[in-house]
Structure formats: C-alpha cells, structure tokens
Design a protein around this ligand. Structure first.
Ligand code: HEM
Length: 401
C-alpha cells in the first residue's frame, strides 16, 4: 500500500494489499496504518472511490440509505449488471424483503439448529484429530458452516465442491484476476441456472418440496402479489453468497489468532463459558466485510465533496478497530466489556444471518477445543490471506498438534 498523492482533507491513496501475510502482519495491520493517517480518502483503483476509515463516519453512512444507497455495493462496479436481493435494495422495498426472509434466520429458528450444527462439527473434528495436522480452511472451515447452510436453503450437500468453486469466482475476484468480470458473471449465471432448475422441479412435482427456502420461495408474495421469478433468483443467489464463505473466513481468522496466542487459547480451553465473549471480541478485531455504497445525491461529507454516482467503500475493520472508540482497539482482549459489534454491519442491511453465524462460531470453538486443546501454526508453513472484493479471508492455515 503506497500513498500516491496527498491532499488537504481527502488524499488519494493506493488501496491494495499484498496477498501473502505472515502471523502478526495481516490485512488488518495494513488497514490500521491507513486509519491512523486518514479519516476519509480516495482510492485510485478502477474508476476511483471514496473510503471511509473511521467508526463514526461508517456508522453515519450506514444509517443513511437515502444518501448512501445500496443500488451498487461493489466499489469498483458503479453500474452492476445485476441486483442482489435484499442487499442491493433501499428502503422501503428492502424492508418488505427483510420481513419475508426474517423468519428463516430468527434466533428461535437458529436455536433449533444447535444439535445438527454440533453434530456436524463433532464429526469433522473426530475425522481430523488422529492425523495431528490439517489445512484448517479446506479441512474444516469451508466444510463446517456450509453443510448446515445448504440444508436451510435446500441445496444438495453432495455438490459442495461445485458450489465452493462458483463462490470463489463470484466473491474473490479483483480487478487484476478478472478485469472484465467475465468469470464472475459466468459463475453467477451458472448458480442462477441451477436455482432455476431446482425451482422448476419443485413446481412440477410438489412432493419434492421440503422445509427449506427454495421450496418456500415458490409461494413468496410481496404486497399481495407473487414475487417474480427473476427476483426470487436474485435473492437465492445473494443468500448463497452471503452464507457460504463468511463464517468460514471468520472462523479461520479466529483459529489463527488462537493458534498464535497461547494465553487466550488456554483460557478458552479451561473455561468454555468464555467462548461467546471471545467470539464477539474476535469478530470485532477481525471484521472481514468491506461494505460498499453508491452516493445518491451530491453531499459534502465531513469535508469531502461527494457527487451523486460516486462509490464508497467502508471496510468494517476500520470502524471496529478505531482507537477513538475502543481502548487498545487493535488488540484482542477476550475480557473486553460488551460493546456494539459492527462486524455484522449497521442500519437497515445489518446481517440477516448474524444469529446463525454466532451460534456456528461458538459451537465450532467449543467442539474444536474439547478435542484439540493444544495446536499451533505448522512451523515453516505459510498462512495465506486474500482480499476479495467484499470480504477478507484466509486461503490457507496449516495447523498441527
Ligand atoms: C461471520 C459471518 C458473517 C459476517 C461477518 C456477515 C456480515 C454481514 C454484513 C457486514 C452485512 C451487511 C452488508 C451491507 O450493509 O451491505 C451482511 C448482510 C447480510 N448477511 Fe451476513 N455475515 C455473516 C454470515 C451470514 C450468514 C451465515 C448468512 C446466512 C444467510 C448471512 C446473510 C446475510 C444477508 C442475507 C445479508 C443482507 C441483508 C440485507 O441486505 O438486509 N450472513 N452480513
């Protein structure tokens, strides 16, 4: 990351990351450097976009969809040829979709998944424990949340690897690896075609319907009218992307922290009741999502002249590691008193899956540490992180015990 031009209030900054990180030198440390220097800056990537780097600015923008619209959410794509639902809708249309979907991810419904989530986790850890080592991302993190999520949506678990490959193309692209977005668009079309044929099958043969979102979507109505097929498909595609790799990325950052911080790990092994608090703190310290918005009207935002049509990026880690709000913000303190967690966003689009995600993360840490209490990053192995367009993640985390 190099600064290429310095202006008075809104400097232009190269906002890029080295793809390889070693313990202690991750994307988050790179973000900290930038945040300490700037409140708002402009990235010169692609057509250029604003970047909000402080907690108060990000919270304010997320709570004002009339100025910071969700019609485009990828900062390098101001005019996307797609409309993911509900994430790319503004109120009031957005609110109707939240009502439609809310029940599937409510605390009550999520609590009922506790047993299958725990069973899935136990099976995976049992399969690894005797081997003494694993590549945590592929062997655990990518598999554990996915199976549960596919069942909620109504997708065949046997096709997991195909789904992961699609998802990688859709979410982990950048302007270098997929400059014209053709791979991303092809993958999105393939996922949509799959959903389309599953819907057609269930329409033709009601006996194939089950207690899952695809089946429920056949009867979705908004304002008393059936939801169009295009909108149903846009929503299923978004759910597919939102649920498949966020938990995996978050869990990998957590295990990396615990593998490299013996005191924290041992504290959780000795007293698993501390795990929920530790999960909140690690979500805060390693907030993975970079939220994007499109400016809806000309505005002077804290000294920065934003024009209608400009794009804005808000990496939530800027907000959640802001020293003006959190003491020792860049340090993981598993005893930190409770706080408002921005890792799941804020405002109308706050994460719909946060209850499910939290439960999965807590159960994963409980079951993993019950069987594998002592582990480390495999000596000599490289930990790889990626900064896909919307989510920071870990590509490879070799652990041994
Ligand atoms: C630790 C894991 C997760 C994190 C950190 C996370 C984070 C976020 C964030 C920051 C947003 C707001 C985006 C914006 O404002 O533009 C969001 C939205 C969303 N998330 Fe999550 N998420 C996680 C897991 C999940 C899961 C498991 C699901 C399950 C389906 C899910 C479903 C959604 C949906 C549907 C939205 C769009 C909500 C809306 O537009 O109203 N997320 N998530």
């Amino acid at each position: 990351m190099t600064q290429s031009e310095q202006g008075a209030t809104c400097p232009v900054v190269r906002f890029e990351f080295s793809p390889v990180a070693t313990p202690g030198e991750s994307f988050f440390a790179q973000l900290d450097e930038l945040r300490r220097e700037h409140r708002v800056f402009r990235s010169d990537e692609a057509q250029g976009y604003w970047v909000l780097a402080r907690n108060d600015l990000i919270v304010e923008a997320l709570q004002h969809p009339e100025t910071f619209s969700s019609v485009a959410t990828v900062p390098t794509m101001p005019d996307p040829p797609f409309r993911w639902i509900p994430i790319m809708l503004d109120p009031p249309g957005h609110t109707k979709w939240r009502r439609l979907l809310g029940g599937w991810f409510s605390p009550g419904r999520t609590a009922k998944l506790e047993t299958p989530v725990r069973e899935m986790c136990t099976t995976l850890v049992d399969g690894l424990v005797d081997g003494g080592r694993c590549e945590f991302v592929a062997d655990f993190a990518a598999r554990f949340p996915t199976t549960i999520f596919l069942q909620i949506i109504g997708l065949p678990v046997s096709e997991l690897s195909r789904f992961m490959a699609w998802e990688d193309k859709i979410l982990h692209f950048d302007s270098e690896t997929d400059p014209d977005y053709s791979q991303m668009m092809t993958a999105m079309n393939e996922v949509t075609a799959m959903f389309s044929s599953l819907i057609a099958e269930r329409r033709a043969d009601p006996s194939r319907r089950a207690d899952d979102i695809i089946s429920a979507s056949l009867d979705w109505q908004i304002d008393g009218r059936p939801v169009s097929d295009d909108d149903v498909l846009s929503c299923l595609l978004l759910l597919f992307m939102a649920g498949l790799d966020t938990v995996a990325s978050q869990l990998s950052f957590m295990l990396h922290h615990l593998a490299t911080h013996d005191r924290d790990r041992r504290a959780l092994v000795e007293d698993p009741n501390r795990i929920p608090g530790a999960v909140e703190e690690m979500l805060r310290a390693h907030a993975i999502v970079r939220v994007g918005r499109k400016v809806a009207r000309d505005v002077d935002f804290h000294g920065c002249p934003m024009k209608a049509g400009d794009m804005v990026s808000m990496p939530l880690a800027f907000a959640s590691r802001d020293e003006d709000v959190f003491q020792d913000a860049t340090t993981v303190d598993i005893d930190r008193p409770s706080f408002a967690n921005l890792a799941f966003g804020a405002g109308p689009h706050r994460c719909l899956g946060s209850h499910l995600a939290r439960r999965e993360l807590v159960v994963a840490l409980e079951e993993w540490h019950r069987r594998i209490p002592e582990y480390q990053v495999t000596p000599g192995a490289q930990v790889l992180e990626h900064a896909g367009n919307g989510v920071y993640g870990v590509d490879s985390l070799p652990l041994s015990w």
